[in-house]
Structure formats: C-alpha cells, structure tokens
Design a protein around this ligand. Structure first.
Ligand code: ZN
Ligand code: ZN
Length: 735
C-alpha cells in the first residue's frame, strides 16, 4: 500500500465525462495504469483500483476497461469483480462491452455473455468484429447451435462476415457443433479463404469422421500448415485408421513441414494402437534429435507406445529415466503392465506409487482393477475399493464401478459384485454385462438369466457380449433348450449376427449334452471357420460321453489347426486310456514326445494378506515349502481315510499339469490349498486361481477337502468358477 501512496497523485478535473477520455498518451503514462501491467493477483488489483479512484481516473473508461480486462481475462483475475466495476459505468463503450463479454465467454457462461450482448445492443452500442469471435467460441464450446445461428444473423446484418476472424469463428462454431453443412456454406460464401478457415473446416470434418471431405478439402489448401496436417493425422487416428494416419505423417515429412508436439503425440498413439514399434522407434530418435526429449508429454507417450508394443523393458527404463514423473507417467506404465498381462508388476508399481504419495485418479484404478481381477487378488481389490470410496465423495464413475463389479466377480466374490451393481445410480450396458457374465462364470444361470430379463425390461439393449454371458450361463448349467432359444432370439429379435464365440458356446452346450449331430449341423452353418476352442470343446465332450471314434475325428482337425498345441494329444490319450486302449495311448504319447512340444505349466495362485503366492506342480520354491508339503501329506492321509481313490487314468497323461509324472497331491492347486489351510484361520474361505482347467482328480479331491476341513474353497480355472462346499461343487461335476 505504501508503495502506491508514495506516488504523487495526478488529479484529473471532473469534466472528463464517460466516453470522452483524456488523450491516450496521458493515460498510458499514468503511474497506476502502468502498474496494472505488472499486476499478478486480485489483491494488488484492488489496491490499484482504489488508487485509480483516488486520482479520479475511475471516470475514464480506458482505465476501467484495463481493470476489467485484468479481472475478466487474466487467470488470476476475478470475473465477479470485473462485473462489479462494469456495473458502475454509466454508458460503457464498445471496448468495455467487448471486454466484459469476452470474460463471460472465457468462463463458459454463454447465458451471461448473451445477456450482456443483448444489453449492449439495447443500449445502442454497435458490436464490432471483436465482439463476435468470443461469443461464437462460447457457442461452440457449449454446443449451442441455435444461439450461434442467431449471432450469425447479426453478423450478416452488420456486414461483418467478410472479416477473416469472424468468418473463421463462424466456421468453427458450426463445425464444432457438428453442423458441417452450415460450416461448409459459410466457407463457400467467403470470397477470400485464408489458410485458417481451411484448417478449421478440415479439423471439423476430420474430428467428426468425415474423412473423405476432410481429405478433399485438404488437397485444395494453397499452403498447408502444421495444424492442417495434424487435423488429418488426428482424424484418421480417431477412427482407428492407423495406416492412413501414419501415411499422412510420412507425406508431411516429405513436404518438409516441421511436425510439432501434437503431431508426435498423434503419431505415437497410432504406433501404440497398431503395434508399429518400428515407426515408434523412429519417432523416438526424431524427438531426441529435435530437442523434444525433455517434454514430459512426449516421453509419457513413448512409454505408452513401447508398453503397448510389448517392449516393457524399454518402457520401464524410459519411465525410470524421468527426472520428474506426473500422474500420466504412472498411469501409462501401470496400464502397460496390465495390457501386457504382467499383473503382478502392475500391482507392485501401484504400491510404489502410493508409497511415494502420488495421488491416483480413476484412470489409475481402471488400470489396476483388471490386474486384481486376473490374479484373483480379492484383498487387494477390496482395499482399492475402500481407497476409492475414501478419495471420492460419491462414487458415480460408471466405468470405475463396472470395473469393480468385474473385479469382484472374477475374484470369486459375487455377493460384493451384486452390491456394487445395486449401488449404482446410472448403469451402462457394460455394467449389466459385467454382472451377467460374472454370474455365468460362477455357474449361477438362474440369476444371470434373471438379470438379463431385468436389463431388457429397463430398456437396455443387449449386445454381443451380453449374449456370450447368457449362452455360457446356459452352457455351464446344461440348459440346452433355453440356450437354443436365446441363440435364436439374439439373431432374430436383436439382429446380432453370431460371432465365433457365440457358436462356440452353443456347440459346447450341445456337445456336453451328447447332441453331437446337432452340434455338427450348427457347425456347418457357420460363416467362419470353427476355431480351436470349438474343436477342443467337442473333443472334451467326447471324453465325457466316451466317444472314441468321434474324438479321433475332432482331434485330427485340431492337430491341423493348432499343430504346436499339445492339449489335444493329451486329451486324446486320456480318452484312449478311459477306453483301456493302451496301445493307442502309447502311440499318441510317442508322437507327442517326438514332436517335442512343451505345454503351458499349470500354475495356481492364492492371495494371503494381500500378497499373491504362485505355485507350480511339485514347486519347492516357497519359503514355507516344508510346512506346505507336511500339510499336503496330511491332506493325502485324510483323503485316503475318507475313502478317496485317486483317478489313475489321468496320472500320467493329465492334460492340465506338467507332462512329467508328478504326485497328484503335488499339483499346483493342491499345493495352493495346502498353503491356504496352514496360513488362514479355521473356517476361512480359501480362494485359488488356476491358469488351466482343474484336473479331474484334483476336482474330486477338493470336494472332499472342503468337507474334511469344513472350508469353502472357491477355485477359478480357465473356464469358470468352482464353489466347493460340504463335499459338493457348484459345477455339478460339469466343467
Ligand atoms: Zn490336478
Ligand atoms: Zn467344480
């Protein structure tokens, strides 16, 4: 304050009336006003304002317009203060009106801006070419085409449509509101087209997916600037036409137009989404050579690109090399791990992020929750749910809630999934799908189908994913007729053409029911080739129904389709074993050995105290290995005591475990269960996740374990959930 008082006040005589400001040069040199240019915050401005009042300058519109400009336009300003100054001016001039209107537009308040605009006209101040661009921009931002059209009428009346700035603003307003025909008309009527109006219309076309129109107009621009190139590159990117996007970029380079940061962001995104690592690497070199290497946004895009192209090592080293990481850096790295199925790494990095007190956002959770779901890390998922509840006052993000439903369902806690679903105020089709598929996975066909009826009743349109859920619910429960009728309804009532997945569910359903003729008839109607999963499900059905000859036929298809998959060989040899055809067993076995195929090892994980432990068959790597094996022996002893007879037909040829002979009680799921038994309190539910199908012997053993130890055991295998309780399994031995 003292600073202002020390300046000698220049008192202007009061005969300066509004709109008759003193000469400009006198005002410009006025000390209070020159201070305005250095003003940084609203407090200082208020001091300057009172100084202006003291010196009598407040009677000049120029001084007041300067004050209003700071308050209304500057990011550290205060729009309401601007309005209060404005209200003291008796007859504001055009400059003052324009400034305050611009302020309202910047704060996205179209109604307030229009109110002022009407006030301006009714006080007979004529709008000029500076009045319209801000209002039109505001119409564009708020999607107000109707108001925009009226403003357009005024522009024409005032003859301002030939002003380049107003002209481009009109095109932009229409284009952003999706009225591309109107935008085009404005563009066509203009006698002189500047490059900006071309670019504006091209951006409009490209961002709305009218790529042909964009491309045509692009060809007509006399001088193409970087913005118009970027519009084309981004337009094709948005429509997932990555090759086109990239070829525009290459052409841009050939024409020697220097790309900028947003060009590179688009190109990297195209590389990430199309898996074009080669171009991605080239872009990285370009970024470094052209001195953009320190731009955080670009490095984040590079990390994302490397991660999506499955080069997680380079992605991580770029991430580690960042002197300062922002939230996006963490999100792309965590998302990269989840995308590449490195779920444990994703969770580890998330933990590290929290330890460093980086506050996650909804994108982070959307990247972490699928990792919990895949690992079956229920405690971790629950903890994240609680964290989300703490950090958001009210959880309304539909995508996030849907992700929680999915996590709970995949981690075996259907009740929690239902609770989240019930708590949702607005649901998306994806939320319905998550619970319908979740219930189906758990073999709860009744509730899954009920939910489907509710979904339709509430006016949601089922999509192809909904029907995958519905059909697999029918498959798990063996509901042949119902499955048929849903399959027909999908095609006839919902006009969804079945994908290979839907056929797969139906053929699986028919095969398990022993309806092989029907299954083959349906197969012959498929417009696409049956995939390995379909032949595999038929092969499994043959095992169930002991159809040896048919199995040979299906297996031959599989051998051709998936020559390096040992699964069908193992399954076929088990089918021979079941029929006591030991010569054939030996023959298949020899062929398998000759082919030297390695199968995916069975792996079971269990989460204890938020830490995920993984077990392989015969695994001795766990620190508590000794105790685990002791428990496993005890389980074996009790199983024998309760009359459990191991199913020896699958001992040597078990398709889901290592081909080497391993004691049945040392299968990965058995080790995980033994660990669960020694590390949780009696009565606690044990949850395990297996990467492959549970083998027949482990399945019958686990049923008995649930009874002997009085434990509920929830096992997720590759296909579905098994809820073992009191000696029974929810799958009714159909899996
Ligand atoms: Zn097993
Ligand atoms: Zn089961």
């Amino acid at each position: 304050m003292a600073m202002f008082l020390s300046t000698s006040p220049v008192v202007y005589p009061l005969h300066f009336l509004p709109n008759s400001d003193p000469p400009y040069h006198l005002l410009q040199s006025q000390p209070s006003l020159s201070l305005l240019s250095k003003c940084k915050n609203i407090e200082t401005l208020k001091q300057i304002h009172s100084q202006i009042i003291k010196t009598g300058l407040h009677n000049t519109q120029f001084a007041l317009s300067k004050l209003i400009e700071f308050c209304a336009i500057d990011s550290s300003g205060d729009l309401s203060y601007a309005v209060s100054i404005f209200d003291t001016i008796e007859e504001p001039n055009t400059l003052v009106w324009n400034t305050v209107i611009r302020g309202q537009c910047l704060s996205s308040s179209l109604i307030n801006a229009l109110e002022l605009y009407v006030g301006m006209i009714s006080s007979e101040v004529v709008p000029n070419s500076y009045t319209f661009p801000s209002i039109l921009k505001c119409c564009a931002k708020s999607g107000s085409t109707h108001e925009g059209k009226q403003i357009h009428g005024h522009v024409l009346k005032l003859g301002l449509d030939s002003d380049a700035f107003v002209h481009t603003s009109l095109i932009n307003m229409y284009a952003q509101n999706g009225k591309l025909d109107c935008a085009r008309q404005v563009f066509d009527k203009s006698p002189h087209r500047d490059p900006v109006s071309y670019t504006t219309l091209i951006t409009g076309y490209a961002s709305r997916g009218y790529l042909e129109d964009a491309r045509k107009l692009f060809g007509e621009i006399p001088v193409k600037d970087v913005v118009s190139w970027n519009a084309m590159i981004a337009g094709y990117l948005q429509r997932s036409q990555f090759d086109q996007s990239v070829s525009f970029f290459e052409e841009m380079l050939r024409e020697r137009v220097m790309p900028n940061e947003s060009t590179m962001l688009s190109v990297l995104s195209a590389c990430a989404q199309s898996g074009n690592l080669e171009l991605g690497k080239w872009v990285r070199d370009w970024i470094e050579e052209n001195g953009f290497g320190a731009k955080l946004r670009l490095v984040n895009a590079l990390i994302d690109m490397y991660a999506k192209c499955d080069d997680l090592v380079t992605a991580r080293s770029l991430f580690e090399g960042l002197p300062q990481k922002d939230l996006i850096s963490w999100n792309v790295m965590i998302g990269g791990y989840t995308h590449g199925s490195f779920y444990k790494e994703a969770l580890c990095l998330f933990r590290e992020m929290l330890e460093l007190r980086v506050v996650p956002n909804d994108v982070t959770f959307l990247n972490v929750l699928p990792a919990c779901a895949q690992l079956g890390a229920l405690d971790y998922g629950k903890w994240i749910h609680a964290y989300i509840n703490r950090s958001f006052n009210s959880l309304t993000n539909t995508a996030l809630l849907t992700s929680l439903i999915n996590m709970y369902a995949k981690c075996g806690d259907v009740e929690a999934a239902k609770q989240v679903f019930d708590s949702m105020k607005t649901r998306s089709p994806a939320s319905w799908n998550a619970l319908i598929c979740g219930l189906a996975m758990h073999g709860d066909a009744t509730h899954s189908l009920d939910l489907f009826s509710r979904m339709v009743h509430e006016g949601f349109r089922p999509d192809d994913i909904t029907f995958v859920g519905i059909l697999s619910a029918c498959t798990q429960a063996g509901l042949v007729d119902l499955g048929q009728s849903y399959f027909n309804a999908m095609i006839q009532d919902y006009k969804i053409s079945p994908k290979v997945h839907h056929y797969g569910c139906m053929i699986d359903l028919l095969g398990r029911a022993g309806l092989f003729d029907e299954a083959e008839a349906l197969m012959s109607t498929m417009p696409m080739e049956p995939d390995g999963a379909i032949w595999g499900s038929l092969l499994a059905a043959c095992k169930l129904h002991k159809k040896v000859e048919m199995a040979e036929k299906f297996a031959n298809h599989l051998f051709k389709l998936e020559p390096s998959n040992p699964g069908p060989y193992v399954l076929l040899s088990n089918i021979y074993a079941g029929a006591n055809r030991w010569d054939d067993v030996a023959r298949v076995r020899t062929r398998l050995n000759d082919l030297g195929m390695k199968k995916v090892p069975g792996c079971t994980s269990i989460e204890i105290n938020s830490i995920v432990h993984e077990f392989l068959v015969g695994d001795k790597l766990h620190p508590q290995s000794k105790a685990i094996y002791e428990m496993s022996d005890e389980v074996d002893r009790l199983l024998t005591l309760h009359g459990h007879v191991p199913d020896t037909s699958e001992v040597l040829y078990d398709m889901d475990e290592d081909l080497k002979e391993g004691a049945l009680s040392h299968h990965s799921e058995r080790l995980a269960i033994a660990y669960g038994l020694i590390s949780t309190k009696p009565g606690t539910t044990i949850r395990i996740v297996k990467n492959l199908r549970v083998c027949g012997n482990c399945h019958s053993a686990t049923k008995l374990i649930s009874k002997i130890f009085n434990r509920e055991i929830i096992a997720r295998d590759r296909n579905r959930f098994h809820h073992f309780k009191e000696g029974q399994c929810s799958c009714m031995d159909r899996w």
